[in-house]
Design a protein around this ligand. Structure first.
Ligand code: CA
Length: 305
């Protein structure tokens, strides 16, 4: 029996403190009650030129940037750039559309909801991501910077049209369109926007030494590498007075489950390592393992028969 596990990322214990704290930490989890698999998107803190050799180089860039943000690194997921390249004049790399580079092409799969690093929903699925507008703006880093939409620092290279394909006609071009000698203006996003500017709005020099940020999307988080509708945490309750927490999840007969907790997504400690299945649904009530913590995350693993 292959081990299955899913993670519920929740910040329930700190909701009150959170709202009153100016320097709120990123919670990298949905805040709208959604408990299924999802992706995160963020804008890098660092900048790059748009003259990198190929799409994989931009993916490496955003992966490095995600690794510099503790909470994102702890997720252990993959990161890809919201960027597109196209072949042009024989000097450019293999054409890649952002919706394929990020595995969010709605013609390939429906996809999962996408959230900001502050837990706000960006899109319900792949089609919603690439329909020309998003539900909440993508801010950079941990999402707590009060970035204004038209500040220079909010700009990001994308080379991408609002449908997720390479930007080829209009103000700007796709990534790596230049030859590194003659300047080419690359389609860019303006962070902080929810209209089409979220991915494409004006353009910027591919080799201006200031460079621009990049937008990135994670792999699927929250239910292993693929969505498994048969295994999910279905409810969580927390009694602040008694510090009692109850988790309920869908289970299979004749299995046991381990319940892990973490304040930083490392999941090095468990609440229980062998909770016997109660059938189709199993619940566990326990004392808050991290009293006073600003946030606590839980992960449940199926141990097998
Ligand atoms: Ca949309």
């Amino acid at each position: 029996m292959k081990k299955r596990h899913m993670t519920l990322l929740t910040a329930f214990a700190a909701a009150a403190a959170f709202a009153s704290t100016a320097q709120a930490a990123p919670i990298v989890a949905p805040t709208d009650g959604y408990m299924g698999p999802y992706r995160l998107a963020f804008q890098t803190n660092g900048s790059t030129l748009a003259t990198l050799a190929q799409m994989s180089d931009y993916n490496t860039f955003v992966t490095t940037e995600a690794g510099l943000i503790t909470e994102l690194a702890a997720l252990g997921t993959t990161w890809t750039a919201i960027g597109s390249t196209k072949t042009q004049g024989g000097i450019n790399p293999t054409p890649v559309d952002a919706r394929d580079n990020t595995n969010t092409n709605p013609t390939v799969e429906t996809g999962v909801p996408i959230y900001t690093t502050t837990g706000l929903r960006i899109a319900d699925d792949n089609a919603d991501l690439w329909d020309g507008s998003i539900q909440n703006p993508i801010f950079y880093g941990d999402g707590t910077d009060p970035l204004l939409a038209h500040q220079f620092a909010a700009r990001a290279f994308t080379g991408t049209a609002s449908d997720g394909t390479a930007y080829t006609v209009g103000d700007g071009d796709s990534l790596s369109s230049g030859d590194g000698t003659n300047q080419v203006n690359i389609r860019m996003a303006r962070g902080g926007n929810t209209d089409g500017c979220w991915v494409g709005c004006a353009s910027f020099s591919d080799y201006d030494p200031r460079g621009l940020k990049m937008l990135a999307i994670s792999g699927v988080i929250g239910s292993g590498t693929t969505a498994d509708p048969d295994f999910a945490i279905t409810s969580i309750s927390y009694d602040q007075a008694s510090e009692q927490i109850t988790l309920t999840w869908t289970s299979s007969p004749n299995r046991t489950y381990a319940v892990f907790f973490s304040e930083d997504l490392n999941f090095g400690a468990d609440v229980a390592d062998s909770v016997v299945s109660a059938g189709d649904t199993t619940s566990l009530t326990f004392s808050n393992p991290a009293p006073g913590a600003r946030q606590v995350f839980f992960r449940i693993s199926e141990n097998g028969p």
